[in-house]
Design a binder for this molecule. Structure first.
Ligand SMILES: *Cc1c(COP(=O)(O)O)cnc(C)c1O
Length: 413
């Protein structure tokens, strides 16, 4: 008799954004005269850089001619893109990463999910809290998170990110084997300092743990002192892998391209103690489970590294960062405490009077026609906050801040 993986039907059934969409639809139906403004968007809104569009066209033409057709590519990605990643994302920051250590993927989300396959169910996973829900949920699907008790996963270690620790998760006293860190963080929009990352590398080395480092937003870092990669930290090559994506840095959310870096030095034992080279293991996994990211998209990704592509990406990132600054300012004017938004396209806004995040979400939605994302959806320590994103237009962002100010009189003290 066929049975399902028992971890899947026990997942909490309402995924955060589905619930947001449901409430949004209700509010729209009740106030047809009013235009909703969404600062809930976790997706880019500016078009692709023209350099990438041109590369897509040219590669499509190659696919249309017998002499230049590309069929299945290497599962780990084309050499031209792996080398470009090493040269532009790492060498420029003084970090040596070899092309053999870069695996091109169709995006960070699916890569995080598939990477879970490589580790034993008995491993203890720790997640920054709050964070992108994919980390907790893919560990849960892999059988490592235990039961969902309505608030949290019973077997996950939550690493609280709060104003008291500048929203930087700290190594726990207990053992964690898989450590999920995200800097700049989604949803808090805050970053981890070099010394915080050093503490994690030290912990991982002492505890024989592995850091999953999500650097999807590294291109938004404006503060010179903040590392863009975990591999800027000495000793990280033995204990970390890094997930990156062209989604937010170059507007590829609809094209799908990212990569995973697995240094040659990472060795993880089997349950009976024999060492396994993780790079080789992941290559073996990819050879069986993946047939590569498409050729035109890899060419488009390569084009984002050209001088023209870099300039076009910067312009878009600066415009999102300007929106983030406007949100910080607007939240402050409305009497709200706001964090993040300087090195990331997200602003983390404390709810007034310790209001629960779904209540504040409903207040902004029903009274102001303003959509944000309730912090509680990103983990237990997201309660008491909402996330506002910088991906709306500058005009909508300004209008949203006017509406926020107009509502501020009705906020509880
Ligand atoms: C958007 C996002 C990604 C990118 O995911 P893709 O699957 O590459 O589009 C990865 N990590 C975080 C934290 C994100 O917010």
């Amino acid at each position: 008799m066929i049975t399902v993986n028992p971890c899947l039907p026990s997942m909490p059934n309402s995924y955060l954004f589905a619930e947001v969409a449901r409430r949004r639809k209700n509010a729209e139906a009740m106030h047809r005269e009013r235009r909703l403004i969404s600062l809930g968007i976790g997706d880019v809104s500016k078009p692709l850089p023209q350099a990438a569009v041109r590369a897509l066209h040219a590669a499509s033409d190659e696919m249309g001619a017998e002499a230049t057709l590309k069929g299945y590519g290497p599962a780990e990605g084309y050499a031209f893109l792996r080398s470009a990643v090493c040269a532009h994302d790492y060498a420029t920051r003084g970090v040596t990463i070899y092309p053999e250590e870069v695996f091109i993927t169709t995006g960070a989300k699916e890569t995080v999910a598939q990477f879970q396959w490589l580790f034993d169910r008995s491993c203890i996973a720790a997640v920054s809290d709050p964070v992108y829900p994919v980390y907790a949920e893919t560990n849960a699907m892999a059988g490592r998170a235990g039961q969902w008790n309505g608030q949290e996963w019973e077997r996950l270690v939550y690493l609280p990110c709060l104003p008291e620790n500048d929203f930087m998760p700290m190594p726990p006293d207990q053992q964690a084997d898989i450590i999920c860190l995200c800097s700049p963080n989604n949803p808090t929009g805050t970053v981890m300092t070099r010394s915080a990352l050093e503490a994690w590398v030290r912990y991982a080395r002492e505890r024989h743990a592995l850091i999953f480092f999500d650097a999807a937003y590294e291109a938004f870092i404006t503060d010179e002192a903040i590392p863009h990669s975990i591999f800027e930290i000495e000793g990280a090559r033995e204990v970390a892998v890094e997930f990156r994506s062209f989604s937010k840095t170059a507007g590829f959310t609809g094209l799908r391209c990212g990569y995973l870096v697995v240094p040659q030095e990472v060795s993880v034992p089997t349950p009976d103690g024999s060492p396994v080279n993780l790079n080789a293991l992941w290559k073996r996994h990819q050879d069986t489970c993946f047939n590569g990211c498409s050729y035109p998209i890899q060419r488009a990704a390569e084009a984002t590294y050209s001088p023209e592509g870099q300039k076009q990406c910067r312009i878009v990132i600066e415009s999102y960062l300007a929106n983030a600054a406007a949100i910080r300012k607007g939240a402050g004017a409305a009497g709200l405490r706001a964090y993040g938004g300087i090195n990331a396209p997200y602003v983390w806004v404390e709810t007034p009077g310790r209001m629960p995040s779904w209540d504040f979400f409903d207040l902004l939605l029903t009274k102001g026609g303003l959509v944000c994302t309730p912090g509680a959806g990103f983990g237990p320590h997201g309660e008491g906050y909402v996330r506002m994103t910088a991906f709306a237009t500058a005009e909508d962002t300004a209008e949203a801040m006017d509406r926020l100010l107009a509502l501020s009189g009705s906020f509880p003290a």
